[in-house]
Design a protein around this ligand. Sequence first.
Ligand code: GLV
Ligand code: MN
Ligand code: MN
Length: 402
Amino acid sequence: MWRELLAIGRHAGSGGYRRFAWTGADADCRAWFAAQAAARGLALEVDRNGNQWAWLGDPEAGGAVVTGSHLDSVPDGGAFDGPLGVVSSFAALDELLARGVTFTRPLAVVNFGDEEGARFGLACVGSRLTAGKLTVEDAHRLTDAAGTTLPRAMEAAGYDPDTIGPDPERLARVDAFVELHVEQGRALDLSGDPVGVAGAIWPHGRWRFDFRGEANHAGTTRLVDRHDPMLPYAETVLAARREARLAGAVATFGKISVEPNGVNAVPSLVRGWLDSRAEGGATLDAVVTAIEDEARTYATAHGVDLEVVRESFTPVVEFDHALRDELRRLLGTGRDAELRVPVLGTGAGHDAGILSGSVPTAMLFVRNPTGVSHSPAEHAAEDDCLAGVTALADALEGLACK
Ligand code: GLV
Ligand code: MN
Ligand code: MN
């Protein structure tokens, strides 16, 4: 499976993945998923929001156990964030068939579309739509950097954007969703465990800061006459770092766009996107408010206008305690009797977090020896990936088999 995925959307220069929603690379990932389903005789369904489901058993029967993740990536992402969950799901299913189990419930592997939000700016679009956490109107307004709207991008990829929307009947047929994911930090490396389960996902959001100044000549405009939005932007980046550090949170300006983007022009507009996350909602609120207040002070000092727009927000997610405890019990008594299964909190968002309001969800994390993620350097050792497959198979066997 990895060999077939290896080249899809991989950038020759960076070695990272650029698998953005509704692009050719995304279509290739979807074709790979369909081929994996076909190779196992699973029934492929594409739901109204473009998420792919590969079913063993009757999807209509209800009481299903679902596993899976996503195949799209951030710009220059690693190989594992997303695909490890999908590959491990198919591998766990193979393992269960090899164990000769009898399935008592329908089982599906799912590939949620547009988890990273790399193209349209909003993460988890596929699961948000399905769970009714993104309105059709708001989804139709999403626009990429080239000005292409989500509906036009879906159409270009051969999907119908007019059918998108909440899918409560589908979710009502699911009794449990388990997402396996590469860990995106070093907790398992530090504790010395190959596999963990998720406790909670930190609340997180994305805010767009538009600093509007005045374009002017970089050679002839006196410094005192400038309204340069790059200056308050730069001060705001430093303020974000400071506020996050003081609060024990994280805050990142990882994306910026500048107009007119000329070397010899004072910019007219600097647009920076803040991603901030904290263990608690009140802390996150306080951090973002402080960053915004400081940004306003800096903007005023430079004669620059500032508009701040919250583009997305996901409150804290506490995963279903009963399912989490059941998973720990199943893994603790599974094939690897020595396995300790720590419970980890995480600052990363996931489809499992979005679905947790509608369906009991749980997550398994696989050790990442460096903790690096959202980078081509992301890694997981083969032995740990195999431990993840065994753990997922144990979990699915306990949940869906006799
Ligand atoms: C997704 O990986 C996110 O946490 O932004
Ligand atoms: Mn990610
Ligand atoms: Mn992911």
